[in-house]
Design a protein around this ligand. Structure first.
Ligand code: GAL
Length: 474
């Protein structure tokens, strides 16, 4: 059996039947030679899909293990039994209730496979409950056991972790995502035994992924920006319930356009490799969401880092992992004010001399890709990759409020922008001719102008229409 796989992080992945893999917010469980991948399916009434692979490249679809029609079986504590109370219609995220971030553990006492997940009613996002399901086989039809609020708490983004001694833990975001809780599970993994730790209270951490390396526990997590990527972070501790380190940045400012789903430990004969599994959510089209698998690296026992690799090769026999990085030279330019990305105005797509505005993130869109051409002395040309037009004020104007257009380069200073970097990643672009800053007019996006208004720099408040973040296209 081949055990060496190649993972292409820049593509949408397909299973062995050629269908796009829908296992978002997923988790993995190894059994025998296989890695089983469980994740959000959201295909109509199908909730959780399961795939398996021996090499991480070829994934065999096994089953929709949980759906709106799954059998309900009560457990020994009170739960809300209905999976889908409102029969919500499919708006592109599946029909009925919302099931997110399913994770599965095998329980040694009962022999059951136990799934924990986040449940919402499909109409709003306010119930914030966990839900539990079990099955006798890893990829069979799971019985649904209902949803509830653990110890009365809200429970949204979540994960499961099994410690070396077999104890199970459920980790989930509580208090409207402000706190991250660690709950120890009962011996059968069906209920919560005790709330054992609150991590980073008030810091709004989501997307937890917990794993152990040697004597240390690591938790990878994201900030709280919905399906838009943000700076991932990690922390470590020598005891789950003891003192945890502060959070340290992991990966680039958008975690290479991904949000943590899981950390997959590949225990080979020669090496143990830790693979970060991230979701690359597509906020404009959920079913176009994809995944990235990136090797985590460690220096000293507690310092972890992650670099971008377009291609990752892994040998699941030996545990050896390799990577290949091809710099595309392309950026998406995020605008802090309207929370959108720089793009030609929809009416002028790919037209030189087209107006420029801001739009929502869509990974597949070529409109959002730019090149920053260094012309020395801290100045750049901002070139739209597809149309090859350069960003400049209309008619080389130096007046405030002048519209920004894409035009051919004639070598005038108005085509050059000084990139003033603030706080490592945010920057202002000052026009070399006018000295005015590139600005989005209107908080909801729309037109790009130049202005000399200096807004207060406060990324936490989050609304500064002169702040831009060029993020590499990965
Ligand atoms: C993210 C969360 C995802 C999903 C999404 C919905 O913050 O991590 O699992 O809930 O929000 O907007």
């Amino acid at each position: 059996m081949a055990r060496s796989g190649t993972i292409d992080n820049s593509q949408i992945w397909h299973d062995n039947d050629g269908n796009a893999i829908h296992a978002h917010g997923g988790g993995f469980l190894q059994e025998g030679d296989y890695y089983y991948w469980f994740g959000e399916s959201r295909q109509g009434s199908k909730k959780v899909a399961c795939y398996r692979s021996t090499d991480m490249e070829h994934w065999e679809f096994r089953n929709h293990v949980l759906s709106v029609d799954s059998a309900f079986q009560s457990v020994y504590y009170r739960t809300f039994s209905e999976m889908d109370p409102y029969g919500t219609i499919d708006k592109g995220y599946g029909s009925g209730s919302v099931i997110e971030r399913p994770k599965v553990l095998h329980n040694a006492f009962t022999g059951k496979y136990v799934m924990w997940m986040h449940w919402e009613n499909g109409r709003d996002y306010l119930d914030a409950r966990c839900a539990v399901a079990t099955c006798d086989t890893i990829d069979g039809d799971y019985d649904y056991h209902g949803s509830y609020n653990p110890i009365g708490q809200m429970s949204r983004d979540c994960t499961l972790f099994r410690d070396d001694d077999g104890t199970g833990y459920f980790i989930s975001a509580a208090r409207d995502n402000a706190d991250l809780m660690i709950y120890r599970l009962s011996d059968d993994y069906l209920s919560i035994d005790e709330h054992v730790k609150t991590l980073w209270p008030g810091q709004y951490r989501e997307a937890p992924a917990l794993f152990k390396r040697g004597e240390l526990y690591f938790l990878v997590t994201s900030a709280c920006t919905g399906w838009y990527p943000n700076q991932g972070a990690y922390a470590y501790a020598s005891s789950l319930t003891g003192k945890w380190s502060q959070l340290y940045d992991l990966g680039g400012p958008t975690t290479y356009d991904s949000q943590p789903a899981f950390v997959l430990t590949v225990q080979g004969i020669e090496h143990t490799t830790y693979l970060y599994v991230g979701d690359r959510w597509d906020p404009s089209n959920y079913s176009q969401s994809s995944y990235v698998f990136l090797p985590l690296e460690f220096s000293e026992d507690h310092i972890m880092s992650m670099d971008w690799q377009d291609i990752v090769t892994i040998d699941t026999d030996t545990g050896a992992v390799g990577g290949e990085y091809v710099d595309s030279g392309l950026y998406r330019i995020y605008c802090n004010g309207p929370d959108q990305y720089l793009a030609p105005d929809a009416r002028h797509i790919a037209e030189v001399e087209g107006a420029v505005g801001a739009t929502k993130l869509a990974y597949a869109s070529e409109d959002l890709k730019w090149m920053l051409v260094d012309v020395g002395a801290g100045k750049v040309l901002i070139q739209h990759a597809e149309s090859e037009g350069y960003l400049q004020p209309l008619g080389q104007s130096d007046s405030e409020g002048a519209a920004i257009v894409l035009a051919e380069r004639v070598g005038h200073p108005s085509e050059e922008w000084e990139c003033v970097t603030l706080d490592q990643c945010w920057c202002r672009f000052l026009n070399r001719h006018s000295g005015l800053a590139l600005t989005i007019s209107g908080e909801k996006g729309g037109k790009l102008v130049q202005s000399d208004r200096r807004s207060t720099y406060d990324t936490r408040r989050g609304f500064d229409s002169q702040l831009f973040l060029p993020a590499k296209v990965y």
